[in-house]
Design a protein around this ligand. Structure first.
Ligand SMILES: [Ca+2]
Ligand SMILES: [Ca+2]
Length: 378
C-alpha cells in the first residue's frame, strides 16, 4: 500500500484514473510485467554462494530479547497457494542468525526515538515532488493534502456504496488520517500510553531501517523470515502446523468474519494485541503469523523465486509490483489483525506482501535480526 495513493485516492477515483486492477489481490502471473528501477535507492549486496559456512550452533551470548535460528536448508514457497508469487518452491540454505522474539514494541521504539531524536515518515509532511513521482502525470495535488499522517482503516465506510463501486473500494475501506503516526495510532486524539507492549505501527521501511541502524541490527531477508516463521517444521501452512485452530484455540491475531463487513473478534483482539499473547513457534518466535505485518530487507518482485540464488538469497536488485508500477516496494510478511479467510490469508508462512518504502500503515511493523558476522565486525 502507498500512502500517497490513499491520500489523493478520492481525487483519482473521481477523475477515473483508478480501477480495480490497481489494488485487487490479483495473482502475479496474470498481471502485466512492468519494472520499476529503483536506482536512487541502496541496493542489497549479494553474499558469496559458497564461502560462508552454515552455522547451526549459536556463537557466544544470546542477545537480549532474541532467539537463535540455526542455519540449515528449507523449501521456500508453497505449491498449494492461490498466489503465483509463492512459486516455484525452491531449496534455500541459510547461515544461522539471531532474531527478535517479538515484533518491535512501542516501548522499544520509544527508547529509540528518545535516544536518537528520530522523526518517522508519518510525522513529516509529504513533499509535492514525492507524490508526483508516484501518481499519473497531471494528477491534481492540493496544498491541503501536504499534511503529516498515515493510513488507517475507515470503520465508517458504507457497505451499500462499496458494493456499487467496488472498483474504488480501497478509498472507502482505507483512509489517510492526518496526525496518525506511531505515537497516535488512530489519529491525534489517540495514544500509546496503554500500548507500550503492543507492536509499533505506522512505521515505513525507512523508519525500520533507522531503528536497525541505531540498534546495530538489520531487517531479515525474506528467506530468513520464512525459514524462521516455519519454526523447524517442514511444508506446513502455519508456524505451528496445518490446523489453523488446534484444540479450538486461536494461535494468532487475525480477522474473523467477512472482511471488511463483519468483525467477530473471536481471538479476543480487534486491533493489535500485546506481543506474546499467543504461543511461540518451534524457534521461540511470537506472532510470526498475524498481529502486524513485518517489513523485510528485500525488494519485492513476483517472479523472484524463479531467479533466487540458493545460498543466503538477498532478494532482487530492483522492485516490481505490477499493480502499482511507479511505487518502489519492499517485502512484508506474516499477515496482520486485518487478514481474513476470505480476503488476504497473509497469515500463512509462505504468503508474500509488499509495501511502499515510504508508507507506514496501522497494521504493519517489523522485527530485527543479527548475524554473527555483524558482531564480529563491531
Ligand atoms: Ca483479531
Ligand atoms: Ca507479525
Amino acid at each position: 500500500m502507498a500512502r500517497y495513493w490513499i491520500l489523493i485516492g478520492i481525487v483519482l477515483a473521481s477523475v477515473g484514473l483508478l480501477g480495480y486492477a490497481a489494488f485487487a489481490p490479483v495473482p502475479a502471473s496474470k498481471t502485466t510485467p512492468e519494472v520499476k528501477k529503483a536506482t536512487s535507492l541502496p541496493k542489497v549486496t549479494e553474499s558469496d554462494d559458497s564461502a560462508t559456512p552454515v552455522i547451526t550452533t549459536a556463537p557466544g551470548e544470546l542477545p537480549t530479547g532474541m532467539t537463535w535460528i540455526p542455519g540449515g536448508t528449507f523449501q521456500m514457497g508453497s505449491e498449494k497457494s492461490p498466489h503465483e508469487d509463492e512459486r516455484p518452491v525452491h531449496a534455500v540454505t541459510l547461515d544461522g542468525f539471531w532474531m527478535d522474539e517479538t515484533e518491535v514494541t512501542n516501548g522499544q521504539f520509544l527508547k529509540f526515538v528518545t535516544e536518537s531524536g528520530y522523526k518517522t515518515v508519518a510525522e513529516r509532511a509529504p513533499k509535492r515532488e514525492e507524490i508526483e513521482a508516484q501518481v499519473p502525470a497531471g494528477t491534481p495535488i492540493d496544498d491541503a493534502m501536504l499534511v503529516p499522517g498515515s493510513i488507517c482503516f475507515n470503520p465508517k465506510f458504507d457497505m451499500r456504496t462499496l458494493r456499487k463501486d467496488f472498483a474504488n473500494w480501497p478509498y472507502q475501506v482505507w483512509k489517510y488520517e492526518p496526525g496518525a503516526d506511531w505515537r497516535h495510532p488512530l489519529g491525534p486524539k489517540s495514544s500509546i500510553d496503554d500500548k507500550l507492549n503492543h507492536p509499533v505501527i505506522h512505521v515505513s521501511w525507512e523508519d525500520a531501517q533507522a531503528y536497525c541502524k541505531w540498534a546495530g541490527h538489520r531487517l531479515p531477508t525474506e528467506a530468513e523470515w520464512e525459514y524462521a516463521a516455519r519454526g523447524g517444521l517442514i511444508g506446513k501452512e502455519y508456524p505451528w502446523g496445518n490446523d489453523r485452530n488446534p484444540d479450538v484455540q486461536w494461535h494468532h491475531n487475525t480477522w474473523q468474519g467477512v472482511f471488511p463487513e463483519t468483525h467477530d473478534v473471536k481471538d479476543g483482539f480487534e486491533g493489535t494485541a500485546p506481543v506474546k499473547s499467543f504461543p511461540a513457534n518451534g524457534y521461540g518466535l511470537y506472532d510470526m503469523s498475524g498481529n502486524v505485518w513485518e517489513w523485510c530487507q528485500d525488494w519485492y518482485r513476483p517472479d523472484y523465486y524463479s531467479n533466487s540464488r540458493k545460498r543466503n538469497p538477498q532478494g532482487p536488485s530492483d522492485s516490481q509490483d505490477p499493480n502499482e508500477p511507479l511505487v518502489p516496494k519492499r517485502v512484508q510478511r506474516g499477515g496482520s489483525f486485518m487478514c481474513s479467510d476470505d480476503y488476504c490469508t497473509g497469515y500463512r508462512v509462505s504468503a508474500r506482501m509488499k509495501g511502499d518504502i515510504l508508507s507506514g500503515t496501522f497494521h504493519c511493523g517489523f522485527r530485527t535480526v543479527l548475524s554473527p558476522r555483524q558482531i564480529e565486525s563491531r
